[in-house]
Design a protein around this ligand. Sequence first.
Ligand SMILES: [Zn+2]
Length: 464
Amino acid sequence: MPVKAEAPLVMDDPFERSLDGLAQDLPEIAEKREFILRGGQELIDEWQIKPEFFDDKSRVVFFAALAERNDRLNESEDRSGKSYKEKEFIADAVTMLAAPHSERMDELRKVIYSADLFDESTIERAYDKYTNKQITAELQKALDEGMLDDIRKRMGVNKDNEDPFELRVLNIGQRSTMYGMRPDPPSGFLSLPEDHPNLRQYKETTKDYEMYSAGIKHNTEDFLAATGKHSVPVAWVTKGGGETHLNLPLPTAEKLLYGDEVLLGNDEFVARDFADEAQATLEHEYAHTQGGLAVDGVSFGIMAEECRAELMAGNKMGYQDAKGLLGIDIPALTGAQPLRYMESHEKGGDAAEFYTLFAGKMGIQRTLEFALTVPDGYLSDERPLQKRVNRYLGGINGLEERLYDANPAWVDERIESWAEGNYKRQSVGQWLALRKNMNGLGFVTDKMRDALTRKRTEHNWKPY
Ligand SMILES: [Zn+2]
């Protein structure tokens, strides 16, 4: 009689394997293993998630948090609107996280983006049509000759570790990219005779500018229609098919290459500002081409990624909300120092390491919520799921409140000692108002203001 082999049935389950790998760095994962596996399997089945999904450690951190939430919801007796909203949140987040690695990718992408999805080849044709080959080549030469040297140095990038990317200057651009290019009238404009050479020249350059600007506007409308985009950013990076492109509108590229020659509307100091702004734009986008803290696009981790790009580019432009959250509020609420991490790591750090460290400090749930919270500029009708998720989580202030609740006495004490050291500073009130009203950072700011007021009363000090 043949002997039936009783070999143990070993299933190599990628989810379980990746989870056990993560548990070595995060004790929280080991503690919740059973619930995460139970809640996660259902999500894997329903979203038809492919095994490759689990190759990335940061994705596993986010997925583990969603799986835990799913299990808790399944076990809960609560059938109120609150639990319905939580269910919706889990579904939205899993959809955004899993879409690129799901058998249901096409269907899921349609839910993530409200715009009609254009097929890749149509979009590629539009990019080709508007690529300015000559200016692209000129700018590429300038990059090779040192235009990116400063940021390469700041990021620790050299010839050996630079991620390859292709530059693409496009004959498009929104109005703001042309600021500073309209000629200024000559002095004494109104009293100059009609045939004065300065006046003639002014009229000619103005006509040139208007034709240029009308051309760009026309191209931009056509480009948007062809690609299904709603607007053209100041500059942007596209990744796909193993390639990275750094896309720059023509006016920005010309400011970088020709400076004063195209910045006709300004005295040299203002022209310098516009040229510096173009340089900061270029550097910010370059940072996006080198590594990154966003995971699979803009749905997860864009807050940290924009902060990283700003930090690497020398902190000249926007994203004040992201910078305030990572630079001041998160350190105050948790003791974690995400900006210091970025500053001390090649290319500003690695996503898998960054989110694992983050989770070690504040837990997988807050890490998931942090990764899903976007800077204000990202809330767009083009991405309805992202918008709904951010509303549900209460944005930056909702996240801050939950971080605070984990350790209120500890945070209060730190804010108190900050106030003790700062209550005499006249300008601190204005700074707090700016944080709250312009940058939307209300939660920690309110606590700082209250503590400041208390200290001022206590020391009987009044701003003069
Ligand atoms: Zn950016």
